[in-house]
Design a protein around this ligand. Sequence first.
Ligand code: ADP
Ligand code: ASP
Ligand code: MG
Length: 412
Amino acid sequence: MPVLVMKFGGTSVATLDRIRRAAKRVGVEVAKGYDVIVIVSAMSGKTNELVGWVTEISPMYDAREYDAVVSSGENITAGSMALTLQEMEIPARSWQGWQVPVLTNSAHSSARIEEIPSVNIAAKFAEGMRVAVVSGFQGVSPEKRITTLGRGGSDTTAVAFAAALKAERCDIYTDVDGVYTTDPRVSPKARKLEKIAYEEMLELASLGAKVLQTRSVELAMRFNVPLRVLSSFEEPNDQAGTLVCAEEDIMESNVVAGVAFSRDEAKMTLVSVADRPGIAATIFTGLSEAGVNVDMIVQNIAEEGRTDMTWSCPTDQVTRAEKAMSDAKDSGVINYHELIADKDVAKVSVVGIGMRSHTGVAAKMFRVLSAEGINIRVITTSEIKISVLIDRKYVELAVQALHDSFDLDKTS
Ligand code: ADP
Ligand code: ASP
Ligand code: MG
């Protein structure tokens, strides 16, 4: 029988009533003749609560125990969903990540899936089971310890299962009815996209649009999994939601597909470091060894053999970065005057594959921001995106102004 993957996010399984509603959706697909793999998140708010417990017990927690605690929310929803389906007389069974097993590397709290042997689940389908309900977000390391896939990781579980079991499609049920030109909670003019290319979705996700975890889009693109994002609160039909698909399957598109933003950014400047070969290597090796994910980088023009080095990183990594730099200074590897951290910044990006063949997008973006009196602190670009770092208080204004001026509320 053909296989379908259906993933339900936290708000879609937040109460027993919502689990029943989701189970009914699953029942519709079973009745159509699909064997279904249901991937569930924890009930909304649960993972945050568990993360809060871990950091309260131990601020510099052991990531193995973080995973042991934080992965548990998904087990409640998986078992409850299987029970609900059984009450509807649909043969269903729940599976935790390690039971499948979802094999990952040992990078606790942000592990990567390496393989999902499908034999166990396929054998159960062959015996007449119609729905396998799998706890999202979880895996098991080579050391046989529970791992988690990073926040939002159930999306990645879903796509990985779709690839492993050669599913016809992977449906991501969430609290919005598709992928929008920007977060509909920030811009009332955001427009739902019927289709979006993998590459655009990949950029939007990695630049802050949390509707899909970045890694899930990467996997979908690599294995060509048709991915649909749709609402679990509306009656679905075959046209519902947004299809994330190959560029060739999209007939028309705007130059800019969407605007993404991330408030979780900090800007750090190392003032007056020696301007000599190897200095950037020393600084960024130190940061990387301390587990700091550096995003944007700018080096000032040198004066009298000294320069300033600026980078951005997630806000919660500032302390780690400060420690890495002061350790490097104490051990004499680098010498600097001071390290300034600004936690009140945010990143706003415009994304679109149309930029490959259109010039002037960056200039227009800068003009729009300047007309609103917004100062740009750092800029980075790639072939299909332009990102700027600005003061956090201007995020909504910047997103709305860019959305308006690139006419994102209108189809091309
Ligand atoms: P789930 O719990 O179902 O995984 P998430 O909260 O992780 O749901 O993702 C859905 C949310 O993503 C939406 O509520 C919306 O606010 C946010 N979002 C951000 N950018 C976008 C976008 N471009 N299109 C749609 N939703 C977006
Ligand atoms: N429950 C996890 C989280 O909140 C995984 C997910 O929902 O995708 O990050
Ligand atoms: Mg999510």
